[in-house]
Write a protein that binds this ligand. Structure first.
Ligand code: ADP
Ligand code: ZN
Ligand code: ZN
Length: 817
């Protein structure tokens, strides 16, 4: 009797691939184990066993496997089902899913580059002979490829040796050279050791009598140390002494104070839980009870709670109950780097039971976490992670929480699988017969619609915690302000007035502008020419700080021009404005205050976010200017005022979700204001203060926004009523894209008639020298999704079989966001 396995190869193949195995192997191999297999002429891949069977493949002779790589499965049966669902639903291959799911170190292949792990000292006796040979070779050559190893070791099967070296952390895989996630460092100060000498101290205090502020700081430091007998944080000292960051810096520069840093654990938190979860107030208590009640009837419940209503504390209570039964919890977040505050909060409650799954983790860390989850280790009982954490090998998942469920970053754009983590998480939970809680202050229309349809339960919290009032939101008509000459650059007199008063009271300010750089367009006032990217159909954004023109689509950049490229005139003007310009103007209006900026440009560095968030938390910054990064659940205590510099470009963005998105963004950023006792103020500058969405934002009227937007979606057959599949064509040859997309659309129309839109060029039709064209397939509610996808797949196959079109890239995006 012959034995076979079907495997998932980490490449986009339509079908599973079959290999032949021996009888002994068939008894040993189980789905979820890895095998090394030959593929094509000379490639070797790591593949995952999907099933073991006895059916000989009809189309080809099954090759033999090279090697079995695992003693036990590294994935679970539920996981393989989940992957299959993702591949079917999002119209991609299991290979695509495998690549997204497994940490790269699980997927050695012949292209992998191997380097030495310089962080680890390896003693020769730790290695076996063959491992030593490879390690030795890496002394002479900084990197090796798999085929180098094949010749060094003179054998075909080098994977076990690589695995051995990886286990011992002797080597790294090139694509895995991530910086280790850096722990949070907190600044502390102490008095310079010299002044433990009483006379020296006396001298110092006399000297400082001429600098009373500095003297105050030193005296305050004494009194805090005496009281707490603990190291003193810079923030504590600034707060208690009322001194500015500048004065403390002077004392450090003069070597009167010594600055030092202490690491606050965040990843692989080894500490104990050091805090009890909070006692819920009556609204939270009620919400918790209601959630449990809805779970009796529904698998999924939406928690709609206004910003700062204390949703997190409600999640915490649910988590406590679930982990008490020994089950695992997945807590999904849109962006882990921005949520250090939340990570700390959960670690305080749950101590070492929390594991964070971070895309910046090294291969080793991810590998480790994978095994912790697979083995159901206590330290991986609560997984906190961004979208890719839905791929971990959960064993006995008891609850999924999707925080900020409306965030579009839960949808992966590129590469395949183009999945939505919220929706995929719901399916994951159902495979374990478990519940999902979605939370948001501004739910997506999709989720709210599911509530209305009776599919999801709904629980609401309408009060902020501690009865803090919702911020007062005021619309500022800048058309009128311009007319009456009440603008200073992009700041209205109202905004300046409120900023002045907030700063005077020692409060902090957030300014939101959804565009980075100084200005998105540079235009010649003589001939009207505006510099464009040479690879993309967009104008170049002026970045003043670097004095460059940059393309935000392909990264192309060039020095800012002194004169017009077309006519030579030196009269260049900028149009529109970005965060850089807001920062510059704010600094000019408030020269005595510190203004900082948080956008893609300032957070690019390794731990850029954390630095800025910390500086703002520690009040080293008074005014923080930023893009939508500012909206993601940050909890700053001292922010009184939020200014939205320009609401119009968000509202006018050419996308059917633009209004919904604008509502969410503006309410979320508004929610950063006045989170403690004093009522926050939000000013929204706009040319169009009567816009329905702005009215709805200013009155926090979700219900009305929902009703009106749903009307639009009904009228134009958009989600969540219809489903949408977007098909994108890409090629560097304009004609190929055009003809190809036209052919495809014609074929689709034969099946779907009027439900096909396009092909159409998007607003930016050329990116990185590739022309783009879209077709939208609209799927009415009563039409079978499965059949629709089958029909599309059929058209797709015919398309790809036409020689002329074969080089056109076709991208299928289901539930396009
Ligand atoms: P949301 O997630 O709804 O925006 P949070 O959970 O961040 O709100 O709560 C807002 C603030 O109120 C946080 O600083 C939190 O610590 C505090 N808070 C919420 N619930 C309680 C409670 N029951 N007891 C004490 N503080 C609470
Ligand atoms: Zn010109
Ligand atoms: Zn470009």
């Amino acid at each position: 009797m012959l034995h076979y396995i079907d495997v998932i190869l980490p490449i986009p193949l339509e079908k599973l691939f079959t290999y032949s195995i021996t009888m002994a192997e068939s008894e040993f191999l189980k789905p979820g184990m890895r095998v090394a297999v030959p593929f094509g002429k000379s490639k070797i891949y790591t593949a995952l066993v999907f099933n073991v069977h006895q059916q000989k493949p009809v189309a080809y002779d099954a090759k033999e496997i090279h090697q079995i790589l695992d003693d036990a499965p590294i994935t679970t049966p539920q996981q393989l089902k989940h992957w299959q669902w993702i591949a079917d639903y999002y119209m991609c291959t299991l290979g695509d899913v495998l690549r997204a799911a497994l940490p790269n170190s699980f997927l050695l292949e012949s292209e992998t580059i191997i380097t030495k792990n310089l962080d680890k000292i390896i003693n020769d006796e730790e290695l076996n002979d063959q491992e030593f040979l490879v390690y030795e070779a890496l002394h002479h050559q900084s990197s090796l490829k798999i085929h180098d190893l094949v010749s060094i070791l003179d054998k075909k099967n080098v994977f076990p040796i690589i695995n051995g070296l990886l286990d011992k952390e002797a080597i790294m895989l090139q694509e895995e050279v991530y910086e280790k996630y850096k722990p949070k460092m907190v600044r502390y100060v102490k008095l310079n050791g010299v002044y433990s000498d009483q006379t020296k101290l006396q001298q110092l205090l006399e000297e400082l009598s001429r600098a009373p502020k500095q003297r105050d700081v030193v005296m305050t430091l004494f009194s805090i140390s005496a009281q707490t007998k603990q190291p003193v944080k810079v923030t504590e000292l600034t707060e208690a002494s009322g001194a500015s960051a500048a004065i403390i810096k002077t004392l450090i520069d003069k070597e009167i104070l010594d600055e030092y840093q202490i690491q606050e654990d965040r990843v692989g938190y080894s500490g104990e839980a050091n805090e009890d979860s909070k006692k819920l107030n009556s609204y939270q208590e009620k919400a918790l009870e209601e959630i449990k009640k809805t779970f009796e009837k529904h698998h999924i419940t939406l928690l709609h709670g206004v910003t700062s209503s204390g949703k997190t504390e409600v999640y915490v209570k649910l988590i406590e109950e679930v982990i008490a039964t020994g089950k695992q919890v997945l807590y999904l977040l849109p962006e882990i780097a921005l949520t250090t505050q939340l990570v700390t909060r959960l670690e305080n409650y749950f101590g070492g039971k929390v594991s964070v799954y971070h895309s910046k983790y090294s291969a080793h860390e991810r590998f480790e976490l994978w095994h912790n989850v697979l083995e159901n280790q206590p330290k991986a009982q609560i997984i906190l992670g961004a979208r890719s954490s839905i791929f971990l090998p959960y064993h006995n998942l008891g609850l999924v929480i999707v925080d900020e469920e409306h965030e579009t970053s839960f949808k992966q754009f590129d590469p395949a699988p183009r999945y939505h983590a919220r929706d995929a998480a719901v399916v994951l939970a159902s495979l374990f017969n478990s519940k999902t809680l979605l939370g948001s202050a501004t739910p997506s229309l999709e989720s709210y619609y599911n509530v209305q349809q009776g599919k999801y339960g709904l629980v609401e919290i309408t009060q902020r915690f501690n009865d803090v009032m919702m911020p007062d939101i005021e619309l500022v008509d800048i058309q009128d302000k311009h007319k009456r000459k009440r603008m200073n650059g992009h700041f209205s007199d109202r905004l300046i007035e409120e900023m002045t008063s907030a700063l005077k009271d020692g409060h902090q300010i957030i300014l939101f502008q959804n565009r980075r750089g100084f200005s998105p367009i540079v235009e010649c006032t003589t001939c009207g020419h505006a510099p464009q990217c040479s690879n993309c159909d967009v104008s170049l954004t002026y970045h003043q700080y670097k004095n460059e023109l940059r393309c935000h689509y392909c990264g192309y950049h060039t020095a800012m021009q002194k004169a017009c490229m077309a006519c030579g005139s030196v009269e260049l003007d900028t149009k529109g404005f970005g965060t850089e310009q807001v920062q510059e103007e704010a600094q000019a209006i408030f020269p005595d205050h510190k203004v900082a900026r948080m956008d893609l440009d300032t957070t690019r560095g390794k731990f850029g976010y954390e630095k800025i968030i910390r500086a703002f938390e520690e009040k080293e910054v008074d005014i923080l200017v930023g893009t939508q990064m500012l909206t993601k659940g940050l909890d700053f205590r001292n922010v009184k005022l939020v200014g939205i510099m320009n609401a119009d470009n968000m509202l006018n963005f050419p996308d059917f979700r633009a209004h919904e998105r604008s509502f969410q963004l503006m309410l979320q950023v508004s929610g950063r204001a006045g989170r403690t006792d004093e009522r926050g103020i939000v000013l929204i500058q706009t040319y169009n203060p009567h816009h329905r969405i702005l009215q709805q934002v200013s009155t926090n009227n979700y219900a009305e926004m929902y009703a009106e937007q749903m009307d639009e979606r009904h009228n134009f057959n958009y989600p969540p009523i219809y489903r949408l599949i977007k098909i994108t064509f890409k090629h560097k040859d304009f004609n190929k894209v055009n003809i190809g997309a036209e052919w495809y659309a014609t074929a689709l129309r034969q099946v779907f008639k009027n439900y096909i839109l396009g092909p159409e060029f998007p607003p930016i039709s050329r990116i990185r020298n590739q022309f783009h064209k879209h077709i939208l397939v609209k799927i009415p509610p009563q039409q079978s999704l499965g059949k629709t996808k089958k029909a599309i797949a059929k058209v797709n196959n015919s398309f790809l079989s036409i020689k002329d079109f074969r080089s056109v890239r076709v991208i299928l995006n289901v539930d396009n966001y």
